[in-house]
Design a protein around this ligand. Structure first.
Ligand SMILES: [Zn+2]
Length: 391
């Protein structure tokens, strides 16, 4: 099912699901696996495009002279704590830049992880351990004191903390993809953000700082709760519900998940149609949703794929919670337009390619930052000169 993989990419599954059924003890003897050494520093972009992309600077403005936080953490009815806007926040404005508190690796030896943990400043350790309040399902103290064979309370307390830390990471950490692999990372403010399948905030690239950056994907009113998605937000409701109840132990009650809410039906229909666009163009696209064997398709087939990308773009831009996925679609559509231009050398296809590349760059600036757009800006300048060599 080649169409399924791109669909699976339509997610921001940055939160690791909690394993409430504990199996931590069995990991204690395993070796540590280090998957990477952290994010690669990004290169600052120096090129700028024409006037078509200038408005983005306004869209991605930061908070101006008033540097007080735009959020606060307080009780969220039925959800424990949550993050709330303290003032109106405009779309594409950063809500928080949360510094990394602790980084762990999937499959890491828990005892070694704990040894790294106790090297942290005491205030950081206390803040991390506080995350388990109201979240830990099992009474580790009772279990360890009842079952640990040795009469050594220091060892028992260490084991309790090892289990707690693992639970905290399972429940609160964000899974971060680096060039070298996946890490699970704790951010003390961002982990308080509750889930919605139609979130008003998205995690965006941190441009090499290691901070977790949350950005508004629509205008947010003061006092509104900030939400992000823990799962594949483009999956059908039934799957979302199953993943959330199985992984996090709650039933999502966002408008998209409430069948009685008028929004739910239209949104599910939108997601269904979106999935259909992937199925319809599956034979032309690879697992990343990009055109495969571009040189082999006749012009009519490329037009068909271009239509599919257009429909997909319409659907993704219909709702704020889906806009962050447009970058991949613009990029895929750009490649189709280039393939069309190569076949017939029609000027309008080149203009279409330029327009799509510009949209790709705009999306990259919002979700990945200026630095990552550099190669595409260079490509844009090259294409503008009519040079398609190596494209
Ligand atoms: Zn939901």
């Amino acid at each position: 099912m080649a169409w399924l993989k791109p669909m699976l990419k339509l997610q921001s599954a940055f939160r690791a699901p909690s394993r409430f059924a504990r199996s931590a003890a069995q990991h204690l003897g395993k070796s540590t696996q280090h998957l990477g050494k952290g994010p690669q520093p990004l290169v600052k972009s120096t090129q700028h495009l024409g006037k078509g992309t200038q408005h983005l600077e306004k869209d991605t403005q930061h908070l101006g002279k008033d540097s007080s936080p735009v959020f606060e953490i307080r009780s969220s009815p039925g959800k424990g704590l949550g993050v709330f806007a303290t003032k109106d926040i405009l779309r594409n404005v950063d809500i928080m830049r949360d510094p990394l508190a602790f980084r762990a690796w999937k499959g890491e030896n828990l005892a070694e992880r704990h040894r790294r943990f106790i090297m942290l400043p005491v205030t950081t350790r206390q803040s991390i351990l506080k995350l388990s309040e109201g979240q830990t399902v099992l009474d580790y103290r009772a279990i360890v004191y009842a079952t640990y064979p040795r009469d050594n309370n220091y060892e028992k307390e260490s084991i309790i903390e090892i289990f707690k830390l693992d639970d905290i990471i399972d429940t609160n950490a964000f899974t971060i993809a680096h060039d070298t692999g996946l890490t699970v990372e704790l951010f003390l403010n961002a982990c308080r953000i509750n889930h919605s399948c139609i979130p008003n905030a998205d995690q965006v690239a941190n441009e090499g700082t290691g901070d977790l950056v949350m950005r508004a994907n629509r205008d947010i009113n003061a006092d509104e709760e900030i939400t992000t998605s823990y799962i594949m937000r483009a999956a059908p409701r039934e799957i979302r519900q199953r993943v959330l109840s199985g992984g996090w132990g709650f039933t999502c009650q966002c408008p998209a998940c409430d069948p009685s809410h008028p929004f739910s039906h239209s949104h599910e229909q939108r997601l269904h149609t979106l999935l259909q666009t992937y199925k319809d163009s599956a034979c032309y696209l690879d697992d990343d949703g990009r055109l495969k064997s571009a040189e082999t398709w006749p012009y009519a087939a490329l037009e068909q794929v271009a239509d599919s990308f257009r429909r997909r773009t319409e659907l993704l831009t219909e709702h704020h919670s889906l806009r962050s996925f447009t970058r991949e679609v613009y990029l895929g559509a750009f490649e189709v337009a280039v393939a069309k231009y190569k076949l017939r050398r029609v000027r309008s296809d080149l203009e279409e390619a330029l327009k799509l590349l510009e949209l790709t760059i705009q999306a990259e600036r919002i979700y990945f930052g200026e630095a990552i757009t550099r190669s595409h800006e260079e490509l844009y300048a090259k294409l503008e000169r009519g040079d398609i060599s190596g494209v």
